[in-house]
Design a binder for this molecule. Structure first.
Ligand code: PEP
Ligand code: MG
Length: 539
């Protein structure tokens, strides 16, 4: 049994098998081995295990898709037995005294290249198979997961680090908890874990090479502990904690269908944050009054090319229709900084958080922005939508946005396509926007304070930097005063102000926010009912 501690991202408890998250093969490390013969034995054992895996896959595939389609796994088994292939790998291990994973990856690449250059179409197509089987063998050797065979069992994902795009691509129903060696509690990956209601720890100092795929672990998001191979007693204790958490959640169910009003009758809009259409289930389950932040950039992550106008239109329409007449605030593309997408070709920047991101991209590459606006205006016909613009620092940006919206409107009119220009608000997430919030308020329909970035920019702390977590004080007096200023300036102009950053879900501050005049809180779905309870208990 080994115990590790990390920083809590979401306070739940989970027990289950571990899946080591497998990064792309460019992560394969080359290292020297003292005893090449021992490495060859390890390689041969790897071949045996991979063969077993393929045989199991073959049986599964025969049952699910028939013999003809399953035959590919037999071909892969044959490749593993090919002596040219295995001898080449052994030779790399012996002549270079290197690890088996590296030897397999290099040999796999060489063989794939050789097949790809052949004239025969059938042999050409084998290039992909040899890559595939080599990748599988590398995964087995490095103890990483085989996503195909493990996909049925929910498990605890342990990774070196996870990018937001890797996280969005995962099948959430198969994840019991997340644990990463790196990562900060304010990153978007952390936000996603909170959204999914999944226990999660970051900054856990564990050597992934010592971990066995499939071993049992406990993740305790309350104490910040990860326990590998726990004894029966600890498993039973963790199960008790899980039951207690479930019981508490059951009690909170009484808050469903209730209004979010203080005892004196002040109503607070209690909305949910989402990243994709699939998050709607959590929103409905937790009875949010609407969506206060739909991070639309997640539609752009984890894919090879821009989502088309129609793909976006369908996604927005689906959210609006599913939520019926409830308010849906869709934030326009906030790409850049930690949310990187290759096809945007944003290039390297010394300070990405202070760089080319969000509205700055939209106001520069206006075609990208216009495609999104067209999709939004078209979808607005189907429900109660509002658009929200991120990273605003100046009044001219809003003027420019409105000019572009006007162009889009004219184009849609000319094409005879039905559309609606919905309410438009902005995120207040830069200190500049706070200071000029009196000037910005008359120009827009609402403010939503993005405390994640506002804290980062006000305290000069990179929210991605795990070393700075202890300095990242979102309760800092400067932030609280800023929230008050924004609310006051919003109310003077007759508009509402809310909070959609993570601080909005901080139950220690709920009462203070209500007293300050915050009109809306948009939080991860799992926090809706606890916050409703606090507000309903307030005088
Ligand atoms: C914020 O900055 O507080 C916010 C809500 O936006 P994001 O976390 O997506 O940057
Ligand atoms: Mg932000």
């Amino acid at each position: 049994m080994e115990k590790y501690t990390g920083k809590t991202v979401f306070k739940g408890v989970a027990v289950g098998p571990v899946t080591l998250f497998n990064k792309a093969d460019d992560q394969i490390k080359r290292y020297k081995v003292e005893d090449p013969d021992a490495e060859i034995s390890r390689f041969e054992k790897g071949i045996e295990d991979t063969n077993e895996q393929l045989a199991a896959l073959y049986d599964k595939a025969v049952a699910e898709v028939g013999e003809a389609s399953a035959a590919i796994f037999e071909v892969h088994q044959m490749m593993l037995e090919d002596e040219d292939y295995t001898d080449a790998i052994k030779s790399v291990i012996t002549t270079e005294s290197v690890n088996a994973e590296y030897a397999v990856a290099v040999t796999g690449d060489n063989f794939a290249e050789m097949f790809a250059s052949m004239d025969d179409e059938y042999m050409k197509a084998r290039a992909a198979d040899i890559k595939d089987v080599s990748n599988r063998l590398v995964r087995v050797l490095s103890g990483a997961s085989d996503s195909t065979t493990d996909s049925d069992k929910p498990s605890i994902i342990i990774a070196d680090d996870l990018s937001p795009s890797e996280t969005v691509q995962m099948d959430k129903s198969k994840i019991l908890a997340f644990v990463t060696v790196h990562g900060s509690t304010n990153s978007h990956t952390a936000i996603l874990a909170r959204m999914m209601n999944i226990p999660a720890l970051v900054s856990v100092d564990i050597n992934l090479n010592t971990l066995e795929n499939g071993c049992t672990a406990i993740v305790n998001g309350i104490t910040g502990e990860l326990i590998i191979n726990p004894d029966e007693e600890l498993i039973a204790k963790a199960q008790e904690e899980i039951d207690a958490i479930n019981e508490k959640a059951l009690l909170l169910q009484q808050m469903k269908g209730q209004e979010t009003k203080t005892k004196s009758g002040r109503e607070i809009k209690l909305y949910a944050n989402i990243g994709s259409v699939s998050d709607l289930a959590y929103v409905l389950e937790n009875d949010a009054a609407g969506i206060g932040l739909f991070r639309s950039e997640f539609l752009y992550l984890g894919r090879e090319d821009f989502p088309t106008e129609d793909e976006q239109f369908q996604a927005y329409k689906q959210v609006l229709q599913t939520m019926a007449e409830k308010k849906i605030i869709i934030r326009t593309l906030d790409i850049g900084a930690d949310k990187q997408v290759d096809y945007f070709n944003l290039g390297q920047e010394d300070n990405p958080a202070l760089g080319y991101r969000a509205i700055r991209i939209c106001l520069t590459q206006t075609e990208i922005f216009k495609t999104q606006l067209r999709a939004l205006l078209r979808a607005a016909v189907y429900g109660n939508m509002a658009i929200m613009y991120p990273m605003i620092t100046s009044t001219w940006e809003i003027e420019k946005i409105y000019e572009i919206v006007e162009e889009v409107k004219k184009e849609l009119e000319a094409e005879g396509i039905p559309f609606k220009v919905p309410e438009q608000g902005i995120m207040i997430e830069t200190p500049a926007a706070v200071v000029i919030s009196d000037l910005l308020a008359p120009m827009v329909d609402f403010f939503s304070i993005g405390t994640n970035d506002l804290t980062q920019y006000t305290l000069a702390i990179d929210r991605q930097n795990q070393k700075l977590d202890k300095f990242y004080n979102a309760h800092h007096e400067a932030i609280l005063r800023m929230i008050k200023t924004v609310c006051d300036n919003a109310h003077k102009a007759g508009i509402w102000a809310g909070i959609c950053g993570e601080l909005g879900a901080d139950t220690e501050l709920t009462e203070e926010f209500v007293k300050m005049g915050v009109d809306e809180l948009s939080v991860s779905p799992s926090m809706i009912l606890p916050i409703r309870k606090i507000i309903r208990d307030m005088e």
